[in-house]
Write a protein that binds this ligand. Structure first.
Ligand code: ADP
Ligand code: MG
Length: 469
């Protein structure tokens, strides 16, 4: 239901509007005649409420006439598996697998039905590719150049010795899916005349599981196997999903072997390296590590800047370098979030006809920046710094002025200013109700010392890295 409503909405409002305002809309839950949908910020909620609220209700009622009200609220997005009906995703193990089977059988599980619905997909075995994810739009830098090179190589010459399977791994939002889609696009578009086209199957491991389960239910496993085994390139995204799903893993293992033995290319992504994917069967892990294993490393500041520059250029908006630096500095873990932040800035500036400045950035992204702060709290900083300099935690807030205590305290204030978006008075309060001028003094003192004393600077840098990781 939800996915149909979303698709309708997308068609109605058009791609650009949808991306700007509605992409982050997610299903919160359904309770009787009321449906709740969620957006991550108040700003988006208000906007969507006033501009799309009625449409949303109407579309929903068209899908399900029991629905009387669509409530739009601020909240964190549900995962693709609708949480109200789906088994908990984290509950690994066959329990989840069987639960999913039953749920699909009952027709109750949203994502299950979704995953089995191939109507809106390309030919072949469910290729659903994002047109923006190509090699051209992938910004290459130190952390991803190796993975990029491997992916390009596989796209140009699938099944080259040494590159099969290609195993891409890395944290969330670092470009695994992007690279996989890029491979598929390249393979699809670089068909040469006279040569039979390469058939590509791309799907998430989750989808692989649902297809497999559905095949069992429909007693069509032979067809399922034949289908998969007839492709030239099989790509499975987010393989870690199969951890604990023993039956599906087993099936994947056989498919994998059949394809590799027949000289077909396999590309797999996961959040960890094969050897770290504990919970996958040993023999599968061994085979996964047999080809090329490429790591997408955490982004560097330089790469984040390049990505932001590329995206800003693509959107033909001018964003001051200071703003790009600010974003690249604040949002470090996930390229998707970095993109999301930039998109929101651009949308906001277009909407209110205001140029993008550091001030509007801080205002518009208030919630995102706060969320990133939450990763490092002032308390954590105090604890780490006290530990590092071997002083008591209570001295962070004490009135003692001995230098062996005062200096670490200043370092902690400096780091609090750098790593959180707390104001000077707020920081002062956490350090025994000190005045904001004291904090200001500490910040400039530490910065000054760092310039003159490289050992001290290294020390502070080290602390910073420890706190950020
Ligand atoms: P993952 O699958 O590793 O979680 P994605 O491939 O979905 O991450 O990437 C998240 C977002 O960041 C996507 O919108 C993608 O286009 C973008 N992205 C990731 N890496 C790059 C890059 N090197 N250049 C441009 N965009 C990138
Ligand atoms: Mg992905």
């Amino acid at each position: 239901e939800w996915s149909r409503v979303r698709t309708r909405l997308q068609t109605e409002v058009g791609e650009v509007e949808y991306r700007t305002w509605l992409r982050q809309l997610s299903l919160g839950g359904a309770d009787g005649d009321e449906v709740t949908v969620l957006l991550p910020t108040r700003f988006l909620r208000d906007w969507v409420r006033s501009h799309y609220g009625d449409r949303l209700s109407a579309l929903w009622q068209a899908e399900n006439n029991r629905v009387r009200r669509v409530d739009i609220r601020v909240g964190q997005g549900a995962q693709p598996l609708a949480p109200s009906v789906a088994p908990p995703q984290s509950a690994a193990g066959t329990a989840t697998e069987t639960a999913a089977i039953t749920d699909i059988a009952n027709g109750a599980i949203a994502a299950g039905a979704d995953a089995l619905d191939d109507k809106n997909e390309g030919r072949g075995d469910g290729i659903l590719l994002d047109p923006r994810y190509t090699f051209d739009t992938f910004v290459v830098g130190k952390p991803n150049e190796f993975a990029f090179a491997c992916a390009s190589r596989v796209a140009d010459q699938p099944s080259s010795p040494g590159f099969n399977p290609l195993f891409l791994y890395g944290g969330v939002g670092l470009g695994k899916t992007h690279l996989m889609h890029a491979i598929a696009w390249k393979l699809q578009t670089s068909r040469r005349t006279g040569v039979p086209p390469v058939t590509v199957a791309y799907m998430s491991a989750e989808k692989f599981m649902y297809k497999f389960i559905a095949a069992i239910r429909n007693q069509s496993t032979i067809e399922f196997k034949d289908n998969l085994r007839s492709v030239d390139v099989l790509m499975i995204d987010d393989l870690q999903f199969l951890i604990g799903k023993d039956n599906t893993q087993e099936e994947f293992f056989h498919t994998f072997n059949a394809l590799v033995d027949a000289g077909k290319q396999i590309v797999v992504s996961a959040d960890k390296s094969p050897s770290d994917l504990s919970g996958l069967e040993d023999r599968l892990r061994t085979r996964l590590g047999c080809g090329m294993v490429a790591d997408l490393h955490a982004t560097t500041f330089e790469l984040r800047i390049s990505i932001l520059e590329a995206k800003a250029a693509k959107a033909s908006v001018s964003v001051p370098p200071r703003v790009l630096e600010f974003l690249a500095h604040k949002i470090t873990s996930n390229i998707r979030e970095l993109e999301g932040a930039l998109n929101r800035l651009v949308a906001h500036s277009a909407l209110f006809q205001r140029p993008i400045t550091l001030e509007t950035t801080q205002e518009v992204l208030h919630d995102i920046l706060r969320a990133h702060d939450r990763r490092v709290t002032i308390e954590e900083i105090q604890r780490k710094v006290a530990e590092h300099y071997n002083i008591r935690l209570t001295d962070m807030a004490s009135a003692r002025r001995a230098r062996n205590v005062a200096r670490p305290r200043q370092v902690a204030m400096f780091l609090a200013k750098q790593l959180t978006s707390r104001s000077l008075p707020e920081i002062g309060r956490k350090f025994g109700n000190r005045d904001h001028t004291t904090v200001m003094h500490a910040v400039s003192r530490v910065a000054g010392l760092m310039e003159g004393d490289s050992a001290f600077a290294e020390d502070v840098e080290l602390l910073r890295r420890m706190l950020e990781s």
